[in-house]
Design a protein around this ligand. Structure first.
Ligand SMILES: [Zn+2]
Length: 570
């Protein structure tokens, strides 16, 4: 079948969108290609169609489980066999997966860059006929990209395993530095092609509002634009507070950050997509892989660290090509915050070594030992003992993780425990006599049916949502019920981080951190923060064009639609 036939058969379209065909033709000619397409422009189709035209399996390197799951679901709905190796697959299942690739008609094998590091998997790759390597979200390769992931750097190992297989790198944004990094890091062949569609969005108005009362402005904005809204803010605490504040004024909002459990995040995200929440307040961890069409407004409540992040976030407005707004609220405090953050993110190597020793001591791990089980630290106690802030703690852990010393799962609040101690008859009586608690107890029993026989992990937040209240209220009722000897309640207020050592504790003299590399990354981050700040401070040039120019596009007419264009036209 040719490309058009496949497009019609599986996708039901009769025509390609701009540039898709160019990418496909180049891959079929066995060239390496970097495709820079904005989200929603049909990037995935660019690897799916040529892979379906060729014999063998297409290997897709993808950074996020949710992106993989979406693609698996999509392909299976088209009757195309595909399979994923992500962190949930154990080594025993891998033989089976590769057998399926060899004999079972699998067309797409999804792999996370972290799993690609396994030598078992690397060896197996030679065993199957791989017709194309697709690297999704390829900007993660570059320290100039806004989501640098060290394991992405090692994707290039594939070149020595599969020297003849063409590589297609896909990303939504890449300036000249990122482009250069992707091409050199993946060892693109000389005859490679870069296919780029314009990142220009004509329907989005870019406004930067300086030195306003941010909270007051927020209310004005959500009042004025009565549609689906995303508000980005810098910290988990801010995100929660802003959402609380909006709800107080009866603007229906929810919040999202990486500190919430996976189920919770998924649930919130789905409700927002279905417009059950009009406004979502989130940290930058929100958004990848989400394609909601009708967002009319994206507000950056805090200054983003660089223009790439800013443009990616604001790009979630107006996917349906109807009029939309991106509004950035900016003041001097924002600059200070980002600068401090940046300095903390890149500590000196002796500071990292100190931290590593402190961590190992805290966990009572002697030099030369690697505990098999996950260890956990109590965040408050640890911060207190070693006099560091949450951000510093998080950064140090991140560095150790990036250097493959540990893996950590962060800032998890262990669930509280609850058990009903009153017997069924007395509870029944109690419910009749205390109408106020009756509903609540019934809800509890519906949510946690085993409450009678044992302690059950309960989540105050889940309950609070169900009764349209807040966590504190739920805690209060639990405590009251405990006083009345109905339940036993163990509230857990400790925040912990779970840590797994990947290798035995190393003696400090053998620990090494690449200072030059760290310096280089800091420099590029500083450069990009400076660009972000000067973008905000620029009072006369067209904002949309400033962004596009930064991202490496040639620009012509002003947009006539941004806060600076408005000023010029007055
Ligand atoms: Zn403009």
């Amino acid at each position: 079948m040719n490309a058009i036939d496949i497009l019609i058969k599986y996708w039901g379209y009769s025509k390609f969108r701009t540039k898709q065909e160019e990418v496909i033709e180049n891959i079929l000619a066995n060239k390496d290609v970097l495709a820079i397409f904005p989200v929603g422009e049909g990037k995935s189709l660019c690897y799916q169609i040529p892979a379906l035209m060729k014999n063998g399996v297409c290997l897709v390197i993808s950074p996020l489980i949710s992106l993989m799951t979406d693609q698996l679901r999509f392909l299976s709905s088209k009757g195309i066999k595909s399979i994923a190796i992500n962190k949930n697959i154990n080594l025993n299942e891998i033989d089976d997966i590769f057998n399926k690739c060899k004999f079972g008609g699998i067309k797409f094998l999804f792999l996370s860059p972290e799993r690609l590091q396994s030598s078992k998997i690397k060896n197996k790759l030679n065993d199957i006929n791989i017709n194309l390597i697709a690297v999704d979200e390829a900007h993660c390769i570059s320290e100039w990209g806004h989501q640098f992931r060290p394991s992405f750097r090692k994707i290039s190992d594939l070149r020595s395993i599969l020297p003849q297989t063409p590589i297609l790198a896909l990303t939504a944004t890449a300036n000249k530095y990122v482009t250069h990094d992707i091409i050199t890091n993946l060892y693109f062949k000389k005859n490679h092609e870069i296919v780029k569609t314009s990142l220009k969005k004509n329907n989005v108005s870019y406004l930067v509002l300086e030195n306003t009362n941010k909270r007051k402005k927020l209310i004005e904005l959500v009042e004025k634009i009565k549609s689906s809204i995303i508000i980005y803010a810098n910290t988990r605490k801010n995100v929660e507070n802003i959402s609380k504040y909006l709800n107080y004024y009866k603007y229906n909002s929810c919040f999202y950050h990486a500190g919430l459990s996976f189920d919770n995040r998924k649930n919130i995200q789905e409700k927002w997509i279905k417009n059950q929440f009009r406004i979502i307040v989130a940290t930058s961890s929100f958004g990848m892989g989400i394609n909601k069409q009708d967002v009319r407004l994206v507000i950056n409540f805090s200054l983003p660290p660089n223009i790439e992040t800013y443009y990616q976030q604001s790009g979630r407005a107006g996917r349906d090509n109807k009029k939309a707004f991106s509004i950035l609220l900016f003041d001097e405090n924002d600059i200070k915050y980002q600068q401090t953050l940046l300095n903390q993110r890149y500590p000196k190597s002796y500071e990292i070594i100190d931290f590593y020793n402190n961590l190992s001591n805290y966990l009572q791990i002697p030099v030369g030992m690697a505990p098999e089980e996950n260890k956990s630290i109590n965040i408050e106690k640890f911060k207190d003992r070693y006099k560091i802030s949450s951000i510093e703690l998080y950064n140090f852990l991140n560095i150790l993780q990036n250097e493959d010393y540990i893996i950590f799962k962060g800032f998890v609040k262990p669930d509280s425990k609850l058990k009903i101690i009153m017997d069924t008859n007395n509870l029944y009586k109690f419910q009749i006599e205390n109408r106020l608690y009756d509903q609540f107890i019934r809800l509890l029993l519906r949510t946690y049916p085993k409450l009678f026989s044992q302690y059950v992990s309960v989540n105050e937040e889940t309950i609070a949502k169900k009764i349209n209240s807040d966590i504190d209220f739920v805690k209060k009722i639990f405590k009251k019920l405990e006083k009345l000897e109905v339940v036993k309640y163990q509230f857990n207020d400790e925040n912990t981080i779970s840590i797994k050592y990947l290798s035995a504790r190393t003696d400090s003299q053998y620990l090494s951190f690449n200072d030059a590399e760290i310096k280089k990354r800091k420099k590029s981050d500083l450069y990009r923060l400076d660009k972000m700040i000067s973008f905000c401070r620029n009072q006369n040039k067209c904002r949309r064009n400033l962004i596009l120019k930064y991202l490496g596009e040639t620009v012509s007419n002003d947009c006539e639609n941004c806060s600076n264009c408005f000023k010029q036209n007055k």
